[in-house]
Write a protein that binds this ligand. Structure first.
Ligand SMILES: *[C@@H]1O[C@H](CO)[C@@H](O)[C@H](O)[C@H]1NC(C)=O
Ligand SMILES: *[C@@H]1O[C@H](CO)[C@@H](O)[C@H](O)[C@H]1NC(C)=O
Ligand SMILES: *[C@@H]1O[C@H](CO)[C@@H](O)[C@H](O)[C@H]1NC(C)=O
Ligand SMILES: *[C@@H]1O[C@H](CO)[C@@H](O)[C@H](O)[C@H]1NC(C)=O
Ligand SMILES: *[C@@H]1O[C@H](CO)[C@@H](O)[C@H](O)[C@H]1NC(C)=O
Ligand SMILES: *[C@@H]1O[C@H](CO)[C@@H](O)[C@H](O)[C@H]1NC(C)=O
Ligand SMILES: *[C@@H]1O[C@H](CO)[C@@H](O)[C@H](O)[C@H]1NC(C)=O
Ligand SMILES: *[C@@H]1O[C@H](CO)[C@@H](O)[C@H](O)[C@H]1NC(C)=O
Ligand SMILES: *[C@@H]1O[C@H](CO)[C@@H](O)[C@H](O)[C@H]1NC(C)=O
Ligand SMILES: *[C@@H]1O[C@H](CO)[C@@H](O)[C@H](O)[C@H]1NC(C)=O
Length: 462
């Protein structure tokens, strides 16, 4: 209780400071001048609300804020997110006349060159090095307002160093073609790409949306959330995911929130304070229901496997439909290992009957807290890229759990752990949303940034 109260008082102060700073920013940031006031206001809310809770929820270990049940706890206030979703749709419609018809075909003269070369089929993309590239980033952190949460758009923060945007990953022994959104969309005609995981998965999803749209405002995208039951009525909690379709190629890109990749069922559905049965050996209902619609599936889990998250979310482990009795799972790492293995076994068995589906399990995204943890003053304020070297030369993954789970299955490893470990300078760091240096986000990444590379490595293997 005490902790919670302190947090709220602090939050109040932060919010006031945030509002002052915000007024300043609204005046300073000219691109916003053209937008209607409402948009600005919503951006403002997003600016200091969304990230704070998102950071805390994804920060491992003990959290001092209490949360609602059900695993839908990424953000504190969900009704405003509903508005955000509505706004996106309105946005599409309102400016339909401004869409340049040529958008899709300009630059569209590189032939479909991204075919998988035989050499790439069993090539380890995780081996290689970061190289400076003046053609980076792939989209603008100012421009991708349509898809990029302001909380992750470092260009919109007080940050002044952007060298982290200027690198690309060069695999050692495999070809990775320059990303072309046009040829990628053509290749993904009639296809659905699904990201399922925690907020790092959501970062990868937003990165993909920005890459595919080039960070330009485009209107040939429709909101297809309803087809996946992801639109909630007014006043309800925010949707558990987002679904967008690029209509010109009928390419659907979606994200579904599942932090643990286990099925979460409130034990008493009429009681808001009920514990939540976390079925470690049963994949989320959403995946069981919609798997047949996906052509590419990218999974991840990791940063919610700790005592603080379990308590905050009221997760109670269940196995075979009953409360868990296995003492080994008191060490949550064992429960995670069990879940990842069960999940991959299930998915592998499904792949036989879903031959067109390519499934990737993305390895853990590394944190970079130094001199403390997220809640004890840890920082990641180095701004000089690649101070710890630029190369990964090892063969195995640094994420042994995921690596061992997919071994011998048809589920592919999207190994980004060691690659991303070299990028301690590319996190949100102290430059978040709230104009205070007291919270450092050394877990999420600035966008554009490192998750763009995860997507390039993914695309090279699709
Ligand atoms: C979590 O909090 C409890 C009590 O506040 C404390 O005993 C425990 O050491 C904390 N755990 C971690 C990992 O910080
Ligand atoms: C959430 O935000 C909306 C508007 O942004 C506000 O009306 C509502 O009271 C807020 N709810 C909570 C629980 O803070
Ligand atoms: C957007 O436009 C489509 C067709 O032009 C229409 O069906 C839909 O209702 C519009 N959405 C909004 C939010 O205005
Ligand atoms: C595309 O074609 C135009 C004209 O044919 C040419 O000027 C341009 O350099 C080409 N762009 C690329 C990326 O090849
Ligand atoms: C995409 O789907 C449409 C409608 O089912 C079909 O006519 C078209 O040939 C498909 N295109 C490709 C490239 O599969
Ligand atoms: C879009 O692609 C899906 C398959 O992913 C297909 O069922 C549908 O018919 C396509 N729609 C159009 C308009 O081509
Ligand atoms: C579920 O919660 C409701 C409301 O708190 C309560 O009335 C009901 O008895 C509970 N049901 C069970 C089976 O515990
Ligand atoms: C993870 O689970 C698998 C399958 O149950 C088991 O073979 C492996 O030893 C476990 N790994 C760890 C580190 O516990
Ligand atoms: C980085 O953070 C540490 C505290 O962990 C602080 O001592 C140092 O001055 C900071 N460096 C910069 C450049 O801000
Ligand atoms: C650099 O590498 C060393 C040894 O691998 C490691 O202990 C250290 O934490 C790394 N530093 C950063 C900033 O990643």
């Amino acid at each position: 209780m005490m902790k919670g109260c302190k947090f709220n008082i602090l939050k109040g102060i932060h919010v006031s400071i945030a509002l002052l700073t915000l007024c300043f920013l609204v005046i300073m940031l000219s691109p916003w001048k053209n937008n209607p006031f409402l948009t600005t206001l919503l951006l403002a809310q997003q600016r200091f609300r969304q990230p704070s809770s998102d950071l805390l929820v994804d920060a491992p270990y003990n959290s001092s804020i209490s949360r609602s049940r059900g695993g839908h706890t990424e953000e504190a206030n969900k009704s405003f997110l509903k508005k955000e979703a509505t706004r996106t749709v309105e946005h599409h419609n309102s400016s339909s006349s401004t869409e340049p018809v040529t958008t899709f075909t300009s630059e569209d003269n590189d032939s479909d060159e991204e075919e998988l070369s035989p050499q790439n089929a069993d090539c380890n993309f995780a081996k290689g090095r970061w190289v400076a590239d003046s053609k980076r980033p792939l989209y603008s952190g100012f421009g991708c307002k349509q898809w990029l949460s302001v909380m992750w758009a470092c260009r919109l923060t007080q940050r002044t160093d952007f060298s982290f945007e200027g690198y690309r990953w060069q695999p050692k022994n495999c070809k990775m073609k320059k990303f072309s959104r046009f040829s990628f969309l053509r290749r993904m005609r009639n296809k659905t790409i699904a990201f399922v995981g925690d907020s790092l998965g959501r970062q990868q999803f937003q990165s993909m949306m920005c890459m595919v749209s080039g960070g330009e405002h485009i209107i040939y995208v429709e909101d297809a959330a309803r087809e996946y039951g992801l639109v909630k009525p007014r006043g309800a909690k925010r949707p558990d995911g987002w679904v967008y379709r690029f209509t010109k190629t009928n390419t659907t890109i979606l994200y579904y929130w599942s932090a643990s990749l286990s099925d979460l069922v409130p034990i008493n559905s009429t009681d808001k304070a009920s514990d939540v049965a976390m079925h470690l050996d049963r994949p989320p209902a959403f995946l069981r229901r919609y798997l047949h619609r996906f052509d590419v599936l990218v999974l991840n889990t990791g940063h919610h496997w700790n005592r603080g998250k379990f308590e905050g979310n009221r997760w109670v482990m269940h196995v075979k439909g009953k409360p868990n009795e296995n003492k080994e799972f008191e060490d949550i790492r064992n429960a995670k290992n069990f879940t990842v293995h069960s999940f991959v076994r299930w998915l592998d068995s499904q792949l036989t009957s879903h031959p067109r589906l390519k499934a990737f399990f993305r390895t853990t995204s590394p944190r970079h807290y130094r001199n403390g943890d997220w809640n004890t003053g840890g920082t990641c304020n180095n701004t000089i890229p690649l101070t710890n070297g630029s190369e990964v030369l090892q063969d195995g993954s640094n994420d042994k759990v995921v690596e061992s789970a997919v071994r011998g299955t048809k589920v592919k490893l999207l190994d980004i752990t060691a690659i991303s470990e070299l990028r301690d300078e590319a996190h949100m760091s102290g430059y978040s949303i709230r104009p205070t240096q007291s919270v450092n986000d050394c877990l999420h990444w600035c966008l554009p940034g490192v998750p763009d590379t995860w997507n390039e490595i993914l695309i090279a293997q699709i």
